[in-house]
Ligand binder design. Structure first.
Ligand SMILES: [Ca+2]
Length: 190
């Protein structure tokens, strides 16, 4: 029991020390479009911006999008991700925690967590909408050619069959479970 209590305290301290920053963690990737970027799209000047996807799993906890922030050294941008049903103006099923990026934040996979697990119906169409909720920095999304067949890239209420955003999404990995025999437990206290 003591060992377990120490472990829990350690995790709590680690969480506090990261403050409000998004802490990337492992998750199971369900849908993905991964590539080097071929175009960049500033959120503030092109919204709404999104990407259709068709999950094969029944929930998601994480969306990662390939993005960065340019502009000037004094700028920052707070960005969040919405999950919508069917279309870019469809019902909002969930909104992720906001993540603030300070200049310079080079293009890389940026991690967005949701306050609670988002229930999805496998095979249905959903949209990842990326929004800039605060800051004047130029947060931009990175995309590529049409490498994700199940969905389209959405920009300014239009869609593109020729391009996709670079993204990945899925549920958090289940915690590994360990089975202990009574003999192993007794051995800890000898
Ligand atoms: Ca596509």
């Amino acid at each position: 029991m003591f060992k377990r209590a120490v472990l829990v305290v350690g995790v709590a301290l680690a969480a506090v020390s990261f403050g409000g920053r998004a802490l990337a963690h492992d998750f199971t990737i369900d849908q993905r479009c991964e590539d080097g970027w071929r175009f960049l799209m500033a959120i503030l000047h092109n919204d709404p911006l999104g990407q259709e996807f068709v999950p094969q799993m029944s929930s998601l906890d994480v969306v990662e999008v390939y993005m960065g922030i340019g502009s000037n050294p004094l700028s920052s941008a707070t960005v969040a991700v919405r999950i919508r049903s069917q279309t870019i103006d469809g019902p909002v099923l969930a909104t992720s925690n906001g993540v603030t990026f300070e200049y310079p934040s080079p293009i890389s996979y940026r991690h967005f967590d949701f306050p609670s697990s988002v229930a999805l119906i496998p095979g249905e169409l959903y949209v990842i909408e990326v929004i800039q909720v605060a800051g004047t920095g130029n947060a931009y999304l990175a995309g590529t050619s049409n490498l994700y067949a199940p969905g389209r890239f959405l920009v300014g209420n239009q869609f593109s069959e020729a391009e996709d955003l670079i993204f990945r999404e899925g549920p958090t990995l289940p915690l590994p479970t360990r089975t202990s025999t009574w003999g192993q437990i007794k051995a800890l206290y000898r």
